[in-house]
Design a protein around this ligand. Structure first.
Ligand code: IPM
Ligand code: MN
Length: 361
């Protein structure tokens, strides 16, 4: 029997609560589909930082490198200045393990309410491939004459051809394998590049040229679309059914996936994977640590469970991944009153139980 070595980082706020449920469902899946998991817990997060001043330690990072995958709850603590934990833990793992893809499905499950009028699961069903290793997140820049009337701050959007190309190749390949045609839901697999070529005439010019060159040379079967990022926001609300697979840089990807998340029912359900296709990947619910709900047992664990399902897929446990997703759909479709914290009609752990029960049934 196969054994997967998995790191569990529950993190801050409601992270630990949702992680318990994700692990519950993981164990049920392992029993049912015949694999083992060796779990190692790591206490990186705000509490440890406040006690020791440590964020992610070098030795911790070395241990993470040895794992098959990482499951993360949430990072962010109300008593720690913004940026310290995010940069010191979350972004540090993404960068150090070169998780250069952030895969964020925007999928409305049955029974889930969306703020988009007259749209349902048929219309809200696409995936955003967010570049996860560069762009403004590189952190290149600085501030001078700080605190004076002349202070100046620069934070640069930096991309090299290598980063852009590997991201585009992943996205094209993903569209070919998982696009609407591949799923039997349409007659084309489409990759849409989201950029801003009318203003960011250097960075998104590089993206656009690489997009067409690579598509033309190696992915002829994938249709190519281009959208400006501002217009993308509009179409995500008005005509989400246009989209299949979207690819974009780090900052735009961050922003549009929060918009996408709310259209699929909010932070209670939205999951993502920080993927290094050749290395160790990390999966997380994309909502934050939700301090105001911490310890109340009311937070929705489905996003963490969906992140765990994405992890299973990346590990190659496709059937288990699919069945966990089906179980989640069963629970949203027939059980939960709402996906919002405190309004589900069930507690956090009851929702985990419901998914586990559906799965083993
Ligand atoms: C996300 C988050 C992070 C990001 C923050 C917490 C650093 O917003 O995963 O989308 O900006 O990538
Ligand atoms: Mn974000």
């Amino acid at each position: 029997m196969k054994t997967y070595n998995l790191a569990i980082i529950p993190g801050d706020g409601t992270g630990p609560e949702v992680m318990v449920e994700a692990v519950k469902v993981l164990k049920a899946a392992a029993d049912k589909f015949g694999f083992n998991c060796a779990l190692t817990d790591y206490d990186f997060g705000g509490e440890r930082y406040m006690k020791t001043g440590e964020t992610l330690t070098d030795s911790g990072l070395d241990e993470l490198r040895q794992q098959d995958a990482i499951l993360l709850g949430a990072i962010g603590h109300p008593d720690v200045k913004p940026g310290i934990l995010e940069k010191g833990i979350l972004l540090k793992v993404r960068f150090a393990l070169d998780q250069y893809i952030n895969l964020r499905p925007v999928k409305l499950y049955p029974g889930v309410e969306t703020p988009l009028k007259d749209k349902g699961p048929e219309q809200i069903d696409y995936v955003v491939v967010r570049e996860n290793s560069g762009g403004i997140y590189t952190g290149l820049g600085g501030i001078a004459m700080k605190g004076t009337a002349h202070e100046v701050a620069v934070q640069s959007m930096v991309y090299n051809r290598f980063q852009v190309e590997r991201c585009l190749r992943f996205a094209f390949d993903y569209a070919r394998k998982h696009g609407k045609k591949a799923q039997g839901k349409g007659d084309e697999n489409t990759l849409g590049l989201v950029g801003k070529t009318n203003v960011l005439t250097y960075v998104y010019d590089l993206w656009e040229r690489a997009f067409h060159e690579i598509g033309e040379a190696d992915f002829k079967g994938v249709r190519r679309d281009y959208y400006h990022v501002d217009a993308t926001c509009m179409w995500m609300v008005k005509s989400p059914e246009w989209f299949d697979v979207l690819v974009t840089g780090n900052m735009f990807g961050d922003i549009i996936t929060d918009l996408g998340a709310i259209t699929q029912g909010g932070m209670g359900i939205a999951a993502g994977g920080n993927i290094n296709p050749e290395g160790v990947s990390m999966f997380e619910p994309i909502g934050g640590s939700a301090p105001k709900y911490t310890g109340k047992g009311v937070i929705n664990p489905l996003a963490a469970i969906c992140a765990m399902a994405m992890m299973l897929e990346t590990l190659g446990e496709n059937e288990a991944a699919e069945k966990v997703e089906d179980a989640v759909k069963g629970v949203t479709g027939t059980k939960l009153k709402s996906l919002a914290a405190g309004a589900m009609g069930y507690s956090t752990s009851e929702v985990g139980d419901l998914v586990a029960e559906q799965l083993v049934r």
